[in-house]
Design a protein around this ligand. Structure first.
Ligand SMILES: Cc1ncc(COP(=O)(O)O)c(C=O)c1O
Length: 447
């Protein structure tokens, strides 16, 4: 399969926009320029159709162009709503009420446009609350593009220069230039599922916050071991740092209340984005009133600036309200359907990998899943680096794309099912998977 027009478009845009794309994280091989999306389907400029499991990096929990959401957005536009930039709005109040109903462990909520804004504000709040500057993040965790967290995603051992890896914190391995060394020195990375490494840093007494996705979903789906999240909660209480669960990916996808509702462990602050508005730009920080209320602290030394020209713009707000209403509507049974489809896909994949003799671990939380070509379910990034067959993953993703199944063509990127997917989509995906495995392995195994 070829994508000549996609490549032409990238080259033309690259004359004007560095790299040819508005987000360099969207660059992958093959380069595919999409021109249309509806429900579970995508169409590219070269005339190919796909079943989508990328979901725009996971937001589209209802699917593309959800009719109810579209109607709500059109109604907002036709109601002469604007982004007045002065005073409260009825709609932000309505969204906050719905949000806090869906996420009952949160006492208050504040809204932004992007996940990166939410995580940077949460870190700022934690620093103001504790009067400390250092933070802990996870090796293999992605919490946005800003200086505090743009470090240690898919590091190599060489980049870490021979540190002990487990039970230890790492030097920063930034994934962007331009972070001042003084800021880099404030971020400590540790392996996921390793409480000893957290304690090692925390006992120095200078940690303002630990930020982590409760399930690492930017390196597939790396689940917390039993007791790990509670262990983080206990360490936060013992050493007085703010526990931030970054639910930008897991929020409204793992369950209505996010992964915290699944795990039964509550962070002090949590961040949301993506699925909250089914693809429209809206994000949130939620949690304890005492922390969020720093925005209006009478003490200027504690007061945290929360500001943004486009915070709660009426279009994404209408989109988020419509999305939450649908996710919360018992008649829709959204999460039941997502689970049923996800189980069907997982069972089919398991059977195929077995029949074709491909060592694979399928890690799944609800509608989010990842296939690791490995015999080891990863507990952290190092397990992926050591055991996952990255070359096979690259070939597998390419083979699926060539058969009309779109997973983002970068290793260990999460697959996401939407409410718009059907059983027929899953069955078509499994047929394509079988064809891909036949091409990659030659034949089903004989024994
Ligand atoms: C867990 C997590 N946190 C934060 C972000 C940053 O969100 P945004 O890209 O909307 O700034 C992402 C984006 O992928 C994410 O997956």
């Amino acid at each position: 399969m070829n994508w000549p027009r996609s490549e032409e478009l990238l080259a033309a845009n690259a004359q004007l926009v560095p790299g040819g794309l508005a987000s360099l994280n969207r660059k992958a091989d093959p380069v595919i320029a999409f021109v249309r999306a509806k429900g579970s389907r995508l169409w590219d400029i070269d005339g190919h159709e796909y079943i989508d499991y990328h979901a725009g990096f996971a937001p589209y929990i209802l699917g593309h162009g959800d009719e109810d959401q579209n109607a709500a957005v059109i109604a907002a536009l036709q109601s002469d709503l604007s982004n007045y930039g002065s005073g409260p709005t009825l709609e932000e109040g309505e969204l906050a009420r719905l949000f806090l109903k869906a996420v009952p462990h949160a006492e208050k909520v504040q809204f932004f446009n992007t996940g990166s804004e939410a995580t940077s504000q949460a870190i700022r709040v934690a620093r103001a609350w504790t009067g400390r500057s250092h933070i802990i993040k996870m090796q293999g965790g992605y919490n946005g593009h800003h200086n505090a967290v743009a470090t240690n995603l898919m590091s190599t051992r060489e980049q870490l220069g021979g540190v002990a890896i487990h039970g230890d914190a790492y030097p920063g391995v930034p994934f962007t230039a331009g972070i001042p060394p003084v800021e880099q020195a404030l971020t400590h990375s540790v392996p996921f599922n390793d409480l000893a490494a957290v304690e090692q840093v925390a006992k120095r007494g200078e940690i303002a916050a630990l930020i982590t996705e409760p399930v690492l979903q930017n390196i597939g789906v790396v689940k917390p071991k039993p007791g790990y999240l509670q262990g983080l909660r206990d360490l936060a209480d013992r050493y007085g740092f703010v526990l931030i669960f970054d639910e930008v990916k897991t929020g409204f996808r793992s369950s209505l209340g996010g992964y915290q509702a699944v795990a039964g462990v509550t962070a002090d602050l949590s961040t949301y984005g993506k699925a909250v508005a089914n693809g429209f730009p809206l994000a949130a920080m939620a949690g304890k009133s005492a922390l969020l209320d720093l925005a209006t602290s009478p003490d200027p030394a504690k007061r945290v600036l929360i500001a943004g020209t486009y915070n709660c713009h009426p279009v994404p707000v209408a989109a988020a309200i419509a999305c939450l209403k649908k996710l919360m509507d018992p008649a829709q049974r959204v999460y039941d359907k997502l689970e049923r489809l996800a189980q069907r896909l997982e069972a089919g994949q398991r059977d195929l990998f077995n029949r074709y003799g491909v060592p694979a671990v399928i890690s799944r939380v609800g509608s989010a899943s990842c296939v690791y070509f490995s015999t080891v379910e990863p507990a952290d990034w190092w397990d992926i680096l050591d055991h996952h067959d990255a070359a096979f993953d690259t070939r597998y993703r390419r083979a699926l794309i060539e058969r009309g199944i779109y997973h983002f063509p970068v290793i260990v990127k999460q697959g996401s099912i939407s409410f718009a997917h059907s059983e027929a989509d899953i069955d078509q995906t499994l047929e394509a998977t079988e064809s891909a495995l036949r091409a990659l392995t030659g034949h089903p195994k004989t024994t």
